[in-house]
Ligand binder design. Structure first.
Ligand SMILES: Nc1ncnc2c1ncn2[C@@H]1O[C@H](COP(=O)(O)OP(=O)(O)OP(=O)(O)O)[C@@H](O)[C@H]1O
Ligand SMILES: [Mg+2]
Length: 493
């Protein structure tokens, strides 16, 4: 029998190991600030990469960019190597592709307005229920009209259009008011001012580009520079959730495998759950539960396990708990609760260990045997093979220059979409109106014909808008416009 792929990342009484076949049963890395979470993440990312598993991770502080270069020999590293008797330890870089929504320090990672869908967009923009309803209406209008929603100006133009034609639209789809359109436009402007509009453009990300291997079969580590993105926590968390939902939707069912298709690290995971509505939490819980069968493992990183709702926590099989602080009675209570979630070890006082562990040590419990959690073990975590801490811009540029996908993503495309279509339409209408105008000398302008004319003019404006653009276009992408990424999950409960 061939040996099962596994990731060795430290040791206590027993080796700390994540089994490849259970790596899609998700994980959790927690601990107070400065206790070693990021380095643990780094060690796991390197290990998955060596196992041939591509990795996606958001680098919130910039200190994970060190993955791209080999570690420097140091006494600290050598001591861990000796203690853990790591005979195969090498100073080595991992294959890294840098991404950056803001296009400064990596390939732009972008998507379109229609791919994000109204539901996540509403969360990104922090819309209230009424405003979200209006946004949904606007998406329906775009769908009906065959208007492609790609970038910021498409959405802006669509909202203007919806506002202008609100009377007719309200009859067909539900109430649209100028106040709610105005409120959405203002929130959209806030997003733009925070440069969030940069997310929406083409070429949109193709998921297969996150799932590459290098020429040696090592999984590529996709590192999203989230230093600026994290300044806008809603955008950060919604964007990552969108990415998960996309993976869920697009990847095929794979059943049990020796290794996952992709491992996704979600740093600062508490942001995902901060002020999330119950229904939104339910949807996250569902994505986490179901994405497993697509071969994707999600590893949440946060300070305290209690940052994560119980329903989600219950699904995180592989756990690395660094030291916790227990200064206040509230901390003490939290500590007790955390201790209770581990499989007790008769030789270990878990509560005591939780507060006394050193940096780069952790209580580890992973799925073993038939997929049951191992007994909590106090482990020393391996040193990373790559550098701890950030790399300089010159090194980053060099890595980026060698990237296999720079040709694909580094140039923006601006296709004809809603904005251009609506502009062209307005221009045509203005011309038509000029042509339709009766000559000033005409005497036939009776009251009744004026009424008819103005009545028809109002209607024809809507008719033209609603009917003139090829419906076939609407059919081809309409479904994706309306589905609402997470809404698509509804039927799959
Ligand atoms: N496994 C390890 N091997 C060697 N050194 C480590 C290890 N883990 C942590 N360290 C040392 O501890 C320092 C702090 O660790 P790290 O940055 O991972 O903490 P953190 O929990 O992510 O902190 P923060 O919450 O502030 O982000 C590292 O810079 C490194 O020097
Ligand atoms: Mg950290």
């Amino acid at each position: 029998m061939t040996e099962q792929p596994s990731l060795f990342f430290g040791a206590g009484d027993s080796p700390a190991v994540i089994l490849g076949k259970y790596a899609n049963r998700h994980g959790l890395i927690t601990g107070a600030t400065g206790t070693g979470k990021t380095v643990t993440l780094q060690v796991l990312a390197e290990g998955f990469s060596r196992m041939g598993v591509p990795v996606f991770l958001a680098d919130v502080k910039g200190d994970l960019s060190g993955l791209a270069v080999a570690s420097d020999p140091s006494k600290g590293i050598q001591k861990r190597v000796d203690t853990l008797e790591l005979n195969d330890y090498r100073h080595e870089a991992s294959p890294v592709v840098f991404w950056d929504l803001y296009q400064k320090s990596g390939h732009p990672l972008r998507t379109t307005i229609s791919e994000i869908g109204p539901q996540l967009l509403a969360r990104m923009l922090n819309l209230n229920e009424t405003q979200e309803g209006v946004l949904n209406v606007a998406f329906s209008v775009a769908d009906e009209e065959g208007l492609l929603l790609l970038d910021y100006k498409d959405l802006h133009a669509l909202l203007n259009f919806t506002g202008k034609n609100r009377q007719q639209i309200s009859i067909e789809y539900g109430r649209v008011t100028t106040a709610s359109i105005g409120a959405i436009q203002r929130k959209l402007l806030v997003l733009k001012n925070a440069r969030g509009d940069q997310l929406f453009a083409e070429p949109a990300l193709s998921l297969s580009d996150l799932m590459r291997r290098d020429e040696n079969g090592r999984g590529i580590i996709n590192l999203l520079d989230a230093r600026e993105l994290i300044q806008n926590p809603r955008l950060y968390s919604t964007f990552l959730l969108w990415l998960l939902a996309e993976l869920f939707e697009d990847l095929p069912e794979v059943g049990d495998q020796d290794t996952p298709e992709l491992v996704f690290f979600f740093d600062e995971a508490h942001l995902l759950f901060d002020d999330a509505s119950t229904s939104f939490q339910d949807q996250i819980e569902r994505v986490v539960r179901l994405i497993r069968s697509k071969g994707v493992g999600i590893y949440f990183v946060t300070q305290n396990p209690q940052d994560i709702p119980d329903e989600v926590l219950g699904q995180l099989g592989n756990r690395v708990q660094h030291a916790l602080r227990a200064f206040t009675p509230k901390d003490q209570k939290a500590l007790r609760l955390v201790a209770e979630t581990f499989v007790q070890n008769p030789d270990l006082d878990i509560r005591d260990t939780l507060t006394s562990m050193g940096v780069g040590e952790a209580l580890v419990s992973t799925l073993i045997g038939k997929g049951i959690p191992s007994m909590a073990d106090h482990c020393l975590i391996c040193p990373p093979r790559s550098r701890m801490g950030p790399i300089d811009e010159a090194t980053r540029s060099a890595v980026r220059a060698n990237s296999p996908i720079s040709d694909v993503y580094d140039h923006t495309i601006d296709r004809d979409s809603a904005y251009e279509r609506l502009q062209a339409r307005a221009a045509r209408r203005a011309q038509q109106e000029a042509e339709d105008k009766p000559p000033p000398t005409s005497r036939s302008g009776s009251g009744s014909s004026t009424r008819t004319r103005s009545g028809r003019a109002r209607k024809s404006e809507w008719e033209k808008a609603a009917g003139s653009i090829a419906r076939s276009a609407a059919q081809s992408f309409g479904k994706s416009l309306l589905r609402g990424i997470l809404g698509a999950l509804r039927g799959k409960r």
